[in-house]
Design a protein around this ligand. Structure first.
Ligand SMILES: NC(=O)c1ccc[n+]([C@@H]2O[C@H](COP(=O)([O-])OP(=O)(O)OC[C@H]3O[C@@H](n4cnc5c(N)ncnc54)[C@H](OP(=O)(O)O)[C@@H]3O)[C@@H](O)[C@H]2O)c1
Length: 343
């Protein structure tokens, strides 16, 4: 393998631990949470690989994390960034089988918003040549979550509701749901997304801010009888959606895009209608799903990206060197996934 530099550029966390309060995805200035720095290139320990980055995603989980409101504590001075795609350029003992491979990975050693990232070999997926670098950099977090959650919905009936359906994950779930013969019911806040979501797989698309939303929701629930609500927003309107659903409905909260948590208005439904509220976190799914089942899902994910049934809608790219200075503005002006690139 080629000689490695001693130092690398990285966007480092400037805070430790967790924040006192959660303020959601909004970022006025990324310099409140990150700083540009030149740091030593990390060395892989046993079982780890060092990856030269091609592209890394900006996911909502990254934004929650840098602000201290995600499910694991920050470590000040370490590079941010959970997910990316790159080439394995050094390996620790036991990880030699990945040497030289282009991989999709989740960083669990040193973050992906850097020129080089470190992670255990078991967090890497070697990529087929027909997968693009951008699809590779968004190959794990959202696609595996989509596969796992639509599988939950499929067990419960023929229709399911998705909030924030314009998100990358929402789009993956609409397409997958349709391909499995299910009826995804998409909730969006932008009317301009309705036709597009129907084209990619939504059976119904309801715009949450429109005056007839409640009436249309009632009609759609009566007709399609969805029993699972896959919810990334979790606000008061979502509670209204859940209370309108039939007996046995499950409200599965997997994101917290709203900063205003809901109040429960119909507690009797838990007693008399067997309704449930629960959470979904991919990290838990990965630690509780047998490796052979995960590999089957990973294979299906790559096949879907390779043949075009799924794709990553990249709305903007940011060179790593400009990340801290331009991230906040790019988030404000962009609808779709942002990718960080080295050049
Ligand atoms: N639990 C897990 O394991 C897991 C795994 C993966 C992802 N997630 C969650 O899944 C969600 C989507 O992730 P992604 O990467 O697909 O997102 P993304 O492509 O970056 O899109 C973000 C979406 O959020 C919508 N949004 C933001 N604030 C909102 C609000 N207050 N109300 C309604 N919609 C709002 C935006 O809608 P507009 O188009 O209207 O602007 C946009 O569609 C996030 O909450 C993320 O944390 C959870």
């Amino acid at each position: 393998m080629s000689e490695l530099p001693n130092t690398m550029q990285a966007a480092l966390l400037t805070h430790d631990g967790f924040a006192q309060e959660a303020t959601g995805l909004a970022i006025d200035d990324a310099a409140d949470w990150l700083e540009d720095a030149e740091i030593p290139v990390p060395q892989p320990d046993a079982g780890q690989v060092l990856i030269r980055m091609r592209a890394s995603s900006v996911n909502p989980s990254d934004l929650h994390f840098i602000k201290g409101e995600y499910g694991q504590p920050r470590i000040k001075g370490s590079p941010a960034g959970f997910e990316g795609c790159g080439d394995v350029v050094a390996t620790g003992a036991g990880a030699e089988h990945l040497a030289g491979q282009r991989v999709a990975f989740v960083a669990a050693g040193s973050g992906a918003w850097a020129e080089y990232a470190l992670t255990p070999a078991m967090m890497c997926i070697p990529l087929r040549p027909d997968i693009s670098d951008f699809d590779g950099a968004a190959q794990i977090v959202n696609p595996l979550t989509a596969m796992a959650m639509v599988d939950i919905a499929k067990q419960a009936g023929d229709a399911f509701i998705i909030s924030a359906a314009t998100s990358q994950l929402g789009k993956l779930m609409c397409a997958l749901g349709r391909d499995l013969g299910l009826s995804p019911i998409a909730l969006v806040r932008r009317a301009d997304a309705v036709e597009f979501l129907k084209e990619i797989g939504a059976a119904e698309v309801l715009v949450t801010g429109e005056a007839d939303f409640a009436d249309r929701l009632t009609d759609v629930i009566k007709t399609l009888k969805p029993r699972v609500f896959l919810d990334a927003v979790a606000d008061q309107q979502c509670e209204t959606v859940f209370t309108a659903m039939p007996n046995g409905a499950r409200w599965i909260i997997y994101g917290k895009l709203s900063t205003e948590p809901p109040a429960l208005t119909q507690t009797g439904q838990f007693i008399f209608m067997s309704k449930q509220i629960e959470g979904f976190w991919l990290s838990k799914w990965m630690s509780s799903t047998p490796p052979e089942d995960q590999m089957r899902v990973v294979g299906e994910v790559q096949a879907r990206f390779a043949d075009g049934r799924w794709s990553t809608d990249v709305a903007a790219t940011i060179p790593l060197r400009d990340l801290v200075g331009t991230l906040a503005e790019t988030l404000k002006t962009t609808k779709g996934k942002i990718m960080i690139v080295s050049e």
